[in-house]
Design a protein around this ligand. Structure first.
Ligand SMILES: Nc1nc2c(ncn2[C@@H]2O[C@@H]3COP(=O)(O)O[C@H]4[C@@H](O)[C@H](n5cnc6c(=O)[nH]c(N)nc65)O[C@@H]4COP(=O)(O)O[C@H]3[C@H]2O)c(=O)[nH]1
Length: 838
């Protein structure tokens, strides 16, 4: 803190020399004289300082009048007394002293008078050593010395002092030495009356003198050390030139001090002016900038906003001050965004970036925002200043540019650049997940003809139409793009099967080849499609695209309006599967090619038929009989399995009802049910409805579920099985032993029977492992209390082995192959003729 910023309280003299207004002038002078003090404060009964009497005032007294010493000091004192508050700064006190031409003031505080302050106190407090140390006494502005002869009287000396305005005179003594008489000696006059002695006997002697080149600092130290108030200054010849009093030194220091003060004050004024101008400028910038500005306190409460803020957000300042910036929140930034934002502000004190906020009218805007934390010297955040510009239009223009750069202007579809980016990302994803991708390269046939005959506008119209068709047909995980001219490309992710892709390609060629209206004309265009698969036909985007293109050319060569896979094998198998799917569809609709055959289940003990397994048969008019393993897989991949399964069940139930009515077969009818079928919605209700429609008891149906399907955890399968069981339907596990059954899990399944897979039975008479496994399965079934059927029994040794192990039922060519309904019925009739049916 600079000395001038100190308060008077910090340097005042706490001792106030005081007397009452009635105190006589003689007494007051005696007190001052005894305490070596140049002034006394006059305080009345109420404790109020009513005046001050000083040595200078004493000079004006007519000391020859003895009555004057008895006069109350209140009549001669100066008044009023200047008082200053204890909180006043030293530079304000100095200014006050100068304005009032005084040197003393009383300091007041909350508890009355605190003490005295003099100009001397202030000046001496300013660290004057630095400049008085460099100055010499000769530079001090002091008048030439006045010398009075030692034979003169003290009153004469006082009168001369008063007239000459001096506070001391040099006294020339008889012996050629010098003494000194000062204003302070007047107090003696007042207290003791005029002395008898001449000055030579009264004055202080000898006069302490210094050379003119002595430094002011040395002079001051001498004055303090000798407890005197004046020094004689002698010239180089030893003649006294001037009398240098403490007051002259002080005046000199005061001058320096005043000059310095002047400089400090003018610097301060200049700085204030500059600050004010800067503030004015900042205010103008705040008001007129195009950037929105928002200032919050350390808790994020808005304290002020500028006109640009109001223009951008639509809120008036009165609507936002006192609230938080959350009122602009658009919900477009996730929580993590704000976490990062606040972390930056706390740690770095700054954040800059883009943010989407909401205007008062609800519309969103994008802003470029900089937020700065303003901290106090202790590092606490006092304010946040946010400056932002509305970049919505720029962003929209950028997005539009980005769209134009990545999309085809005619159709609005992604262009080659964007497509290749998406293809690469899809490849990256698929390489991690192990999924398949398909690229369908579509080229319009005869497009050139449309362009040449109907003109480019018609061509454009057709391309837009095709783009629209493709957009409608792409599956959920697909992207369609226009590569160039009449070339389109389709990317399919999460490809489940080649058949699925072939099906899509087939339906696209059919859609494309329909008649279209272009420029009022009917046109026939078709499409050739080339297909490549990831990872089968390549793992790089360029290669996959090139291979799809090559496949498309093959499709063109094969007569257009068709599709081709890049890999020839795939073409064959995909085409075959597609052909079969269509054929099966037709077969189901026409109900001519499909049949249900029945294979007996026999009691091993006597070979009697105790039940039957329904097995579907399909005889294609050209391809002949098709194995169920093949077409059931195709039915499962398409949506045909539901229809097929229902048809088999209904057919088998109707046969069973007829046999039951005639007492030919009272045992169960086993029907295979696939996993896909079980997952169809409402399957339990469908099965019950078919049973009820056929009029057969639920308990006479056995559903054979493969081991892998029954063991499918978490797919809801167990729940479906339980619901079937609740309906009284008998459940068994087919192909038992081929999967990975856990016995604990098996115990929890609602199944009543197991079928040992035929692969174990086939070799059990010559393979000891198969024999051991079969024996183990028999004992598992026995210990779990499950019925057991051995399937695929072809030989007598197999039958005997099973019989020996305790297996009671079997199925297989040894007894009978699957038979058409009539032949199976003949068997039943024959059995019924031999003995009572079971
Ligand atoms: N080598 C040999 N084979 C024998 C012998 N005895 C029976 N087979 C054959 O074994 C298969 C038994 O059916 P599966 O294991 O359920 O296996 C069935 C079943 O999983 C499925 N399937 C058949 N019909 C249907 C149906 O209507 N629906 C469903 N979902 N699947 C069916 O197709 C599979 C094959 O059926 P199929 O070709 O009819 O073949 C039948 C049957 O003809 C034998 O002694 N030796």
């Amino acid at each position: 803190m600079s000395p001038l910023q100190q308060t008077v309280e910090q340097i005042l003299s706490p001792d106030i020399l005081s007397c009452s207004p009635e105190t006589s002038v003689g007494e007051a002078a005696a007190i001052m004289s005894s305490r070596g003090c140049g002034s006394i404060v006059v305080i009345d009964e109420a404790g109020t300082a009513v005046g001050i009497w000083t040595e200078t005032d004493a000079l004006d007294i007519d000391y020859r009048d003895p009555a004057i010493r008895l006069m109350p000091v209140s009549q001669l004192m100066s008044h009023p007394v200047l008082t200053v508050p204890h909180t006043l700064s030293l530079h304000e006190a100095t200014a006050l002293f100068r304005e009032n031409a005084i040197r003393h003031a009383l300091v007041t505080g909350p508890k009355g008078y605190h003490g005295m302050i003099s100009l001397t106190d202030i000046v001496l407090n300013q660290g004057t050593e630095s400049f008085i140390g460099l100055r010499r006494v000769e530079t001090v502005d002091a008048p030439p010395v006045l010398i009075i002869d030692g034979s003169r009287s003290l009153p004469e000396a006082m009168q001369w002092m008063r007239e000459a305005g001096r506070d001391a005179l040099v006294v020339a003594l008889d012996d050629g030495e010098y003494g000194i008489v000062t204003q302070r000696d007047v107090l003696r006059l007042v207290t003791e009356g005029p002395p008898d002695q001449p000055l030579g006997g009264l004055c202080s002697q000898p006069l302490v003198a210094v050379g003119r080149h002595t430094s002011l600092l040395q002079a001051r130290r001498l004055l303090i050390a000798r407890k005197i108030r004046h020094l004689g200054v002698v010239n180089d010849e030893g003649v006294i030139e001037r009398l240098l009093g403490f007051s002259e030194i002080l005046r000199s220091i005061e001058q320096e001090f005043m000059m310095e003060l002047q400089q400090v004050l003018s610097e301060r004024d200049k700085a204030l002016l500059e600050t004010r101008q800067n503030l004015l400028l900042a205010d103008k910038v705040f008001e007129s900038t195009l950037d929105g500005i928002m200032i919050t306190d350390g808790d994020g409460i808005i304290q002020s906003v500028n006109p640009a803020f109001c223009r951008i957000t639509g809120y008036g300042s009165g609507e936002v001050i006192g609230k938080t910036p959350r009122l602009l929140n658009s919900g477009r930034q996730p929580g993590e965004f704000y976490e990062y934002f606040w972390r930056c502000l706390r740690q770095e004190g700054f954040w800059q970036g883009e943010m989407v906020n909401r205007r008062k009218n609800g519309l969103l805007y994008t802003e470029h925002l900089s937020v700065t934390a303003i901290r106090d010297p202790d590092g606490r955040c006092r304010h946040y200043v946010a400056v932002f510009s509305d970049i919505t239009q720029r962003k929209q223009a950028e997005e539009r540019l980005h769209f134009l750069a990545n999309h085809d202007a005619l159709t609005g579809l992604p262009n080659r650049t964007l497509f290749m980016e998406r293809l690469q990302s899809a490849i990256d994803r698929a390489s991690e997940s192990g999924e398949r991708l398909a690229l369908l390269f579509i080229d319009l046939d005869r497009f050139k003809l449309v362009n040449d005959t109907l003109g480019h506008l018609a061509g454009d119209e057709l391309l837009i139409m095709v783009a629209e068709l493709l957009r409608e047909r792409i599956p959920a995980h697909g992207t369609v793009a226009r590569l160039s001219g009449d070339e389109f490309i389709l990317l399919i992710e999460n490809v489940e099967s080649v058949r699925q892709v072939a099906g899509l390609a087939q339906s696209l060629t059919e859609t494309m080849s329909s008649e279209k209206q272009v420029s009022g004309q009917n046109v026939f265009v078709s499409a050739s499609i080339g297909i490549s698969l990831y990872p089968d036909d390549g793992t790089m985007a360029d290669i996959l695209l090139g291979n799809a293109d090559a496949a498309m050319y093959r499709a063109k060569e094969r007569g257009k309006n068709t599709f081709q896979f890049y890999t020839t094998d795939m073409n064959a198998s995909a085409l075959e599967r597609l052909r079969l799917e269509y054929a099966l569809h037709r077969a189901l609709a026409q109900n001519e090619e499909l049949e249900v055959w029945y294979q007996p289940k026999v009691a091993l003990a006597d070979g009697s038929i105790v039940g039957a397994e329904a097995l579907v048969r399909w005889t294609h008019p050209e391809l002949g009989p098709i194995a169920p393993d093949r077409f059931i897989a195709i039915a499962e991949e398409s949506s045909l399995i539901g229809m097929l399964g229902e048809w088999v069940l209904a057919t088998a139930c109707s046969a069973l009802r007829s046999w039951r009515e005639r007492g030919l077969l009272m045992g169960r009818m086993a029907v295979n049910i696939s996993g896909r079928q079980l997952k169809l919605g409402g399957i339990v209700e469908t099965i019950c409805r078919i049973l009820d429609d056929a009029g057969v008891p639920h308990g006479s149906l056995e559903l054979e579920v493969t081991e892998s399907v029954a063991m499918e955890e978490g797919s809801g399968m167990i729940d479906v099985l339980h619901r079937l069981k609740e309906q009284g339907i008998y459940l068994s596990i087919d192909d038992f032993g081929t999967g990975y059954s856990s016995l604990a899990y098996l115990k929890r399944l609602p199944v009543s029977g197991l079928k040992i897979d035929r692969s174990f039975i086939m070799d059990l008479h010559r393979d000891s492992d198969d024999a051991a496994i079969t024996a183990a399965i028999v004992s598992i079934a026995q210990s779990l209390g499950l019925d057991l059927v051995a399937e695929g029994v072809e030989r007598v040794e197999q039958r005997d082995f099973l019989l020996g192990k305790g297996c009671t039922m079997a199925q297989g060519y040894f007894f009978s192959p699957p038979l058409p309904r009539a032949e199976f019925e003949a068997l039943l009739v024959e059995q019924a003729g031999r003995r009572p049916c079971r």
